[in-house]
Design a protein around this ligand. Structure first.
Ligand code: AMP
Length: 217
């Protein structure tokens, strides 16, 4: 099954994707994580990606599409994958459809995680991530046990470079202009379902699983 998680920055796509990948036993593909790994390793792609990401802009379609096509061609994706943060534009969605068709697959379901802008701003400003193992925390609802270090690996948790108020505002603008049109794109194709993204991870995940079950019922 190829499942895609759609939603504003901070909607909880990444957190839900990790859990869904465990449940469905298929890989989690996050374009944001791929870019961040390249930035950390100082690759050429990382340098290019950082110049967009740190300004709240989308990385160009041709770069992003090539990365995902390559990733989806790996043997571990034979039974499917969870796409988190891709596609983010209509051209990316069209390229993905064409690529999947060329390998005899299709995007089975798109889960739109619905959250309002105010919740996004609050959530992202409180978000802290572990740069080592990628665990995510919320200083209010789910802080690291000692307030500073990752519960899983002990590394100090940090604010992402693109989670500052100025960059969040730009990312939200990009979301509404470039990514939100995908809601209608997938509605027309008939493979969109909606899940309300609330603050609790378990409750949000339950909403998604319920929506997936109802679709297949
Ligand atoms: P995320 O971790 O999904 O919030 O992604 C972080 C940043 O990476 C985004 O704000 C974009 O700058 C960039 N990015 C991630 N996925 C894409 C994509 N599909 N297309 C273009 N840029 C992306």
């Amino acid at each position: 099954m190829i499942l895609m998680l759609l939603g504003a920055p901070g909607a909880g796509k990444g957190t839900q994707a990790v859990k869904l990948a465990e449940i469905l036993k298929i890989p989690h593909i996050s374009t944001g994580d791929i870019f961040r790994a390249n930035i950390k390793n100082r690759t050429e792609l990382g340098q290019l990606a950082a110049s967009y990401i740190n300004n709240g802009l989308l990385v160009p379609d041709e770069v992003t599409v090539a990365i995902v096509e390559d990733r989806l061609s790996q043997p571990d994706c034979v039974d499917g994958a969870i796409l988190d943060g891709f596609p983010r534009t209509i051209p990316q969605a069209e390229k993905l459809d064409a690529f999947l068709e060329s390998i005899g697959k299709k995007l089975d379901v798109v889960v739109n995680i619905v959250v309002d802008d105010q919740a996004v701003i609050e959530r992202i400003s409180q978000r802290r991530v572990c740069p080592n193992c990628k665990a995510t925390y919320h200083l209010g609802h789910r802080p690291p046990k000692n307030g500073v270090n990752c519960d899983a690996c002990g590394h100090e948790v940090v604010l992402r470079d693109d989670d500052t108020p100025e960059v969040i505002a730009k990312r939200l603008k990009e979301y509404h202009s470039s990514t939100e049109p995908l809601v209608d794109y997938y509605k027309e194709k008939g493979n969109l379902i909606e899940s309300i993204g609330v603050d609790g991870i378990q409750e949000s995940l339950d909403n998604t699983i319920r929506a997936l079950i109802m679709r297949n019922a």
